[in-house]
Design a protein around this ligand. Structure first.
Ligand code: URA
Length: 234
């Protein structure tokens, strides 16, 4: 759904439509970093709107992090397996969607929200949001493989190399891999392309949001104001 800029402003603030129009006309409002003086401008899903420098969010939006357990699907419905929404009380789960998906067997940081603009910032290939995974491997990672992961590898059935990534070695068979794309089964396919195999995959970070170590598998908590705002800052 797209709102007009004056409606958007009136929904996010105490301003009446008339005052919202006045603020827009006065140049106090930016859309994606550029002053917008047109009250009837349609605001797309991924637009970032500020009023006097303050980031605006539609009221009533919810933002959660969950430590996703294995065996739970990161989708809103599934005929075979429980979904992440099934782990939440119904009133909290209402209208939530996932900001990026994890495989059935992948564990760790899953972000859930009602805010489509916010999740778009995380998932859009255009915004380059880095995601860090702790990867347990079947074989020790060779120096050559590490270099290949960092500079970009070719995935099976694709002709475009992966974007540059970073690798931090935790031990012989465990690395932390940071990627800024979200291609299908990307981490598993990257490791397969260098002749290795992912035994376990756990997401620990999305942008500046780090999985809260206090959360056991299946537990969740609301994001803090800073965590929510960090997605717009990136
Ligand atoms: N890459 C994968 O291969 N699986 C995930 O769940 C996430 C990233």
């Amino acid at each position: 759904m797209q709102l007009r800029l004056d409606q958007f402003l009136a929904n996010c603030t105490e301003l009446s439509r008339k005052d919202a129009k006045r603020a827009i006309g006065a140049g106090a409002v930016t859309v994606d970093g550029v002053v917008c003086k047109s009250a009837n401008r349609k605001i797309p899903a991924d637009a970032r709107v500020t009023l006097e420098g303050e980031q605006l969010a539609l009221p009533g939006e919810r933002y959660l992090m969950m430590n996703k357990p294995a065996g739970v699907v990161s989708a809103t419905s599934d005929s075979e397996h429980p979904t992440a929404l099934d782990l939440l009380p119904a009133e909290l789960a209402r209208d939530l969607h996932m900001a990026g998906r994890l495989d059935l067997d992948t564990t760790g940081l899953l972000l859930l929200t009602t805010d489509g603009q916010w999740s778009h910032r995380i998932t859009s290939p255009r915004t380059d949001c880095p995601k860090t995974y702790r990867v347990s491997l079947s074989e020790p990672l060779t120096g050559v493989s590490e270099q290949a992961l960092v500079t970009g590898v070719e995935l099976r059935n694709e002709n475009r190399k992966t974007r540059p990534a970073t690798v931090r070695r935790v031990d012989d068979r465990v690395i932390e891999l940071t990627i800024s794309e979200g291609r299908y089964h990307q981490v598993k396919r990257m490791l397969a392309s260098v002749g290795n195999h992912v035994e376990a995959l756990h997401r620990i970070r999305v942008g500046a949001i780090v999985l809260d170590p206090a959360l056991s598998p299946g537990e969740y908590r609301p994001l803090t104001e800073q965590e929510i705002a960090s997605v717009w800052a990136g």
